[in-house]
Design a protein around this ligand. Sequence first.
Ligand code: NOJ
Length: 556
Amino acid sequence: MAGTGKQWWRDAVIYQVYPRSWADSDGDGIGDLPGITARLPHLAELGVDAVWLSPFYTSPQHDAGYDVADYRDVDPLFGHLDAFDALTARAHELGLRVVVDVVPNHSSDEHVWFRAALASAPGSLERARYVFRDGSGPDGDEPPNNWTSMFGGPAWTRVTEADGTPGQWFLHLFDSTQPDFDWTNPEVRDELEGVLRFWLDRGVDGFRIDVAHGLVKAEGLPDTDLSLDPNVDATSLSPMWDQPGVHEIYRSWRLLADSYAVEGDDADRILCAEAWVLPGESLAKYVRPDELHQSFNFEYLMTPWRADDQRSTITRSLAQAEAVGAPQTWVLSNHDVVRHATRLGYPQHAGLQRIEGIGADDPQPDAALGLRRARAATAVMLALPGSAYLFQGEELGLPEATRLPDEVRQDPTFARTGGSSKGRDGCRVPVPWEAAAPSFGFGPGEASWLPQPAEYGALAVDCQRDDPTSTLTLYRDLLRLRRELRLGRGRLTWLDGHPADVLAFTISSDEAAVTVLANLGVEPLPLPDGATVVAASGEREHGAPVDTDETVWLRA
Ligand code: NOJ
């Protein structure tokens, strides 16, 4: 909670709330800000430091709010500005900081700027805020280049000009309702800095920056090499990602954020990049001392549950962050990937993990195995030095909804790929609070914008709160110890003398040293002599060996 020491973000645990799916106060089946405010005590009891809210701004919701029509207002679906102020005040009262999303790469096509752009002529100042280009081909009826949208299909859509003729094309790296801004235009820079100020003035403690690596495109918008593999190749080889010009934007944002940290270090307002950038050395550039505070460590999220891979990702991640003096971040789940309790219920192959949505006809995970490994993986993550991000519901061990009927799917990825990608709805299903209540207590009635799987009932908060073996209790215990022992500020040392399929390390902080053993092998691992188990991801008898897919924290 607030007051954990200087530069609070260096070891903060930040809990992501996806506003549509956390708590619904008015029974329309969509979560909202008053619902979140009412449930904030859950986060204080859990023991996190901050809440990050995915977008709640005015939006036609074609990408669940990542298509912003008005950056300075709350969508009526979620409430209004007063409800936001009430949420922030309550969070601060509970000792929780508030981080909000900013979406600077693109707006909604319903943004007043884009409407003006459509109503204006090619070459106008209104069009210059977005990326409009003439088409290629003899009649301009081919897109300007070969870029494809992250959601499938071309990254360009052609407009009809005011006189009814087929006109220019505009760029959208995501849905066709999400036109990309042109960041070479100073007006765009000023506008987004104004947006940051607006929310900072309302008291937010930081921002998660959507698509932070996409704002600047290579000059001339050259064709991309379609053979590049985004999971292997340097992202900067693509003309739309990780271009050097983004860093200058973040230097300016950092100065702005720092200008609000008037009460000293512990009042820092933070900036965290959502940047899917490879290699890690390039990602580390985003968190140089005069740029952002943090960036998500997606390589960690995608690392299979295999000891060698875990060891090398953790080692590399720590070294990369340390080289620029930043804390590393750790994350296992979010609103764009398959929940880790499900991901880990599949065989773990070498190479980066499957994060794409799952459909009823796809192979289904081993749910019990997935949960067991998820608890073990979380117990590794929450020991690591740096800052950790949690996604709503993971503290309940929620699995992905893997059998959603296609007709309820809302993620634009599903439609834009003709259903070949199931999309991200499976991790966005509303959270269960009370097993016996309609919509498992998500709202006052039955309504829920995505159907909740029946198995969510037994995982509801009220079933887990007082159960010493529940996943919720495990998270609370881990978070309490992490805070008491200041593990987030500690240093990691790998321990020799253990089997290769065991992760064995010590975290030493000023307060204490903790040894972590995670058994990813098949043989039970005897506890070291004289060690006391202070936390364990599995159910265990006193003194029992560490089981397969179990993590223990030990003190001498
Ligand atoms: C990343 C967000 O996390 C995702 O949900 C969204 O669809 C894209 N950026 C586009 O804004």
